[in-house]
Design a protein around this ligand. Structure first.
Ligand code: ATP
Ligand code: MG
Length: 221
């Protein structure tokens, strides 16, 4: 089991480093093949320990500067969240690569109809409030692969590829914040509704209905 050092909010976390050369030298198990515009993701075994290698070097060579930017960007976002239990630890960073603690969880959607569903939906809401308090908006939580739940019912957020930290955008960030908050709120309401509709308040149900109607690409118009 990996020790999970957490740092008080706003301070730089104590990183549990792994040797990048060792990680890159191991064959990995493919989790996501990557494409010309997105990274490959692998699970790599370091002895008993499993880590996640997110590798933007597999992107098209002519996109190398973009690959570097995306890797740094995601590492920076993770860096803002290292004080939170519900986000994987960053174990190492390098040129267009990011090594993360592996979360021993499975996608949240498997909890549908399970008695732990309501607790997970409520835990997700708390986690989202915490990442917002840390100045990060996830933006891609509607995707079930990006929310993992362990057998003990702990909920984790992963994949901050499309996340934003409005503080990085200067005054524009102030405009971005409410929209970003609403996008994440919508995802939380969607999950609460899918997993345990009984936990939605009347106001939340109304908001969900309004947001559903606002989505021009929604199904069953
Ligand atoms: N820290 C982690 N712990 C456990 N599994 C992980 C972790 N990070 C990534 N994964 C697994 O790898 C998959 C792909 O990783 P991630 O979502 O970060 O990359 P991505 O480029 O956004 O890929 P995709 O577009 O397929 O979501 C995840 O859906 C998840 O199954
Ligand atoms: Mg993903």
């Amino acid at each position: 089991m990996i020790a999970r050092p957490v740092a008080p909010g706003g301070t730089h976390p104590q990183l549990m480093k792994v040797d990048l050369k060792e990680v890159l030298g191991q064959p990995g198990r493919l989790l996501s093949p990557g494409r010309w515009n997105k990274p490959q993701v692998q699970q790599v075994s370091l002895g008993e320990r499993q880590v996640i290698l997110k590798d933007w070097r597999t992107m098209a060579p002519w996109l190398r500067p973009l690959a570097r930017h995306l890797a740094r960007r995601e590492a920076r976002i993770y860096g803002l969240l290292q004080h939170l239990e519900s986000v994987p630890r960053v174990l190492q960073t390098g040129d267009r690569v990011l090594v993360l603690e592996q979360v021993p969880g499975r996608r949240i959607s498997r909890l549908r109809g399970h008695r732990a569903a309501a607790a997970a939906a409520q835990a997700l809401e708390v986690i989202v409030a915490r990442i917002h308090a840390a100045g990060v908006y996830h933006f891609d939580m509607r995707k079930r692969d990006n929310i993992l739940v362990t057998d003990e019912g702990e909920v984790y957020l992963i994949d901050f590829t499309t996340s934003v930290a409005p503080r990085h955008y200067g005054p524009l960030g102030w405009l971005l914040r409410p929209v970003a908050a609403l996008v994440d709120r919508y995802a939380v309401l969607k999950w609460k509704n899918a997993l345990a509709p009984e936990v939605l308040s009347a106001g939340e149900r109304r908001l969900l209905h309004i947001l559903d109607r606002l989505r021009p690409w929604r199904k069953n118009r």
